[in-house]
Design a binder for this molecule. Structure first.
Ligand SMILES: [Ca+2]
Length: 282
């Protein structure tokens, strides 16, 4: 019988100055930092939604995809014949949009779903596996919660302007952090954006990682400590690859997307990146 084992891990990242204090529960005495997922090899604590986007082969058009965190079925709205469409790229399944700023979206209102657990939290993690070429200058959506033009929380891509962006609470005071990344030269990458309102330093309240490595930013947003995410539950939808009203697709593929109600640690993000680089399906 495996007994749960508690371990406190303190790791200091060489040169980066970040300290990562992580409390881990492991069922495997040989793996002190093992993911706590049952079968996916990914951390489950604080998980709000997880999409593997593996439902179909190229050319099939299923009506919905599954959120493995809640077992909700999320409708896919297709825009014409071409987007989004399922693809398999080097063995990885996902969906591809063929032009920026178009329609087509995976989307469902948050009200009445377990996703509302994110409402009022002062931490979140948005994670995606993507291979994007372009995004519209006003922000193509990767993982997005909001309504109409509003981002209550989302990860997006603004090609040739700001790069990857994390936006929070636009209906109150827009909090925006950005990282100048040209995804067209990156290929398939694991992108992780963290909002940690509890962080003492402003520069640590928004963090971005590519394949598990943290990027610096020269635009540190002034976010008050412990500001809470307001989802605007009665209006917002959770969407992948667009906003509910369309016109914000990226040009490229999304292979996986997840949303947490806590800030994943640097170590957890690296563990996820290794797993998702290898496979973004269950
Ligand atoms: Ca996938």
């Amino acid at each position: 019988m495996n007994m749960a084992r508690m371990a406190v891990l303190i790791c200091f990242c060489g040169g980066c100055g970040f300290q990562d204090l992580t409390l881990v529960t492991s069922r495997d005495a040989g793996a002190p930092n093992a993911p706590d997922a049952t079968n996916s090899g990914l951390f489950d604590r604080g998980l709000v939604a997880r999409f593997f986007l593996d439902e179909a082969r190229q050319g099939q058009d299923p009506a919905s995809v599954s959120d493995s965190a809640t077992n909700l079925q999320i409708p896919i709205a297709y825009a014409g014949r071409d987007q989004p469409s399922f693809l398999t790229e080097s063995g990885h399944r996902g969906l591809r949009w063929v032009a920026p700023g178009q329609g087509g979206v995976i989307c469902r209102p948050v009200q009445g779903t377990p996703w509302t657990a994110l409402d009022g939290e002062a931490q979140a993690t948005l994670e995606a596996v993507i291979d994007l070429e372009f995004g519209v200058t006003s922000g193509s959506r990767i993982v997005h919660v909001g309504y109409e033009e509003i981002w209550t929380i989302g990860l997006g891509y603004m090609h040739e302007t700001f790069g990857l962006v994390l936006r929070i609470n636009e209906h109150q005071n827009l909090r925006e952090a950005s990282w100048p990344v040209n995804l067209a030269t990156q290929g398939r990458v694991v992108v992780t954006a963290v909002y940690d309102g509890s962080a003492a330093g402003e520069s640590d309240r928004t963090r971005l990682y590519i394949d598990g490595e943290r990027l610096g930013t020269d635009r540190v947003p002034p976010i008050p400590q412990n500001e809470r995410i307001d989802l605007v539950q009665n209006q917002s939808s959770l969407c992948i690859g667009n906003r509910a009203i369309g016109e914000r697709s990226p040009d490229g593929a999304i292979f996986y997307a997840a949303l947490y109600r806590r800030a994943l640690s640097d170590g957890e993000i690296r563990t996820h990146a290794q797993r998702l680089r290898a496979t973004d399906d269950p």
